[in-house]
Design a protein around this ligand. Structure first.
Ligand code: AMP
Length: 173
């Protein structure tokens, strides 16, 4: 199946100048969604992870099914203030301004290896913040998996110490 045909590109959303990659056509096509999950499951299996870390919110759509398929714990990394128990926070820079991500302090045991999942890799700032949270807990990043890598934004270079895999690579612009 041509998975790329299931990604819809919307210009100037949510702000002028952004080419938004809309994954809802893929989510709405069971064969395409399954094929994407098959590929991401293979990445996580090869990384030999002990847990799947999904980044809110579209990372949950891929991370939770992966955890179920692999029989691994699912760990949510959430936007600031959503997790109820004791948590750690990392601040990171966005194109404009900054944002924060949280993880529960008891989400991963020290030394555990975690596979980080999100829908889109752009500049890599979000995934890097999630990796920092994993490492603050004393766990290790076994790898990272994305549905889409946007070429030309430097995300892969920024994540260089980590093993990064993507189902689709799309040219930015
Ligand atoms: P970044 O931190 O720059 O790698 O951005 C990654 C995060 O922002 C992911 O959680 C994506 O869901 C979202 N994102 C960034 N750029 C896009 C885009 N062009 N289309 C859709 N989502 C995007």
């Amino acid at each position: 199946m041509e998975l790329e045909a299931c990604i819809r590109t919307i210009a100037d959303f949510p702000r002028p100048g952004i080419l938004f990659r809309d994954i809802t056509p893929l989510l709405g096509n069971p064969a395409a969604f399954r094929e994407a999950l098959d590929a991401m499951t293979a990445f996580a299996r090869a990384a030999d992870a002990e847990a799947i870390v999904g980044i809110e919110s579209r990372g949950f759509l891929f991370g939770a099914p992966l955890a179920d398929r692999l029989g691994l714990p699912f760990v949510p990394v959430r936007k600031e203030g959503k997790l109820p128990a004791a948590r750690l926070t990392v601040e990171y820079a966005l194109e404009y301004g900054e944002s924060r991500l949280d993880i529960h302090q008891d989400a991963l045991r020290r030394g555990a290896s975690a596979f980080v999942v999100d829908d889109v890799l752009a500049t890599g700032g979000t995934a890097l913040a999630a990796a920092k949270l994993v490492e603050l807990l004393g766990a290790r990043v076994a790898g990272m998996g994305f549905l889409i890598e946007l070429d030309g934004l430097g995300g892969r270079d920024r994540l260089a110490p980590y093993r990064v895999e993507a189902v689709l690579r799309l040219k930015e612009g």
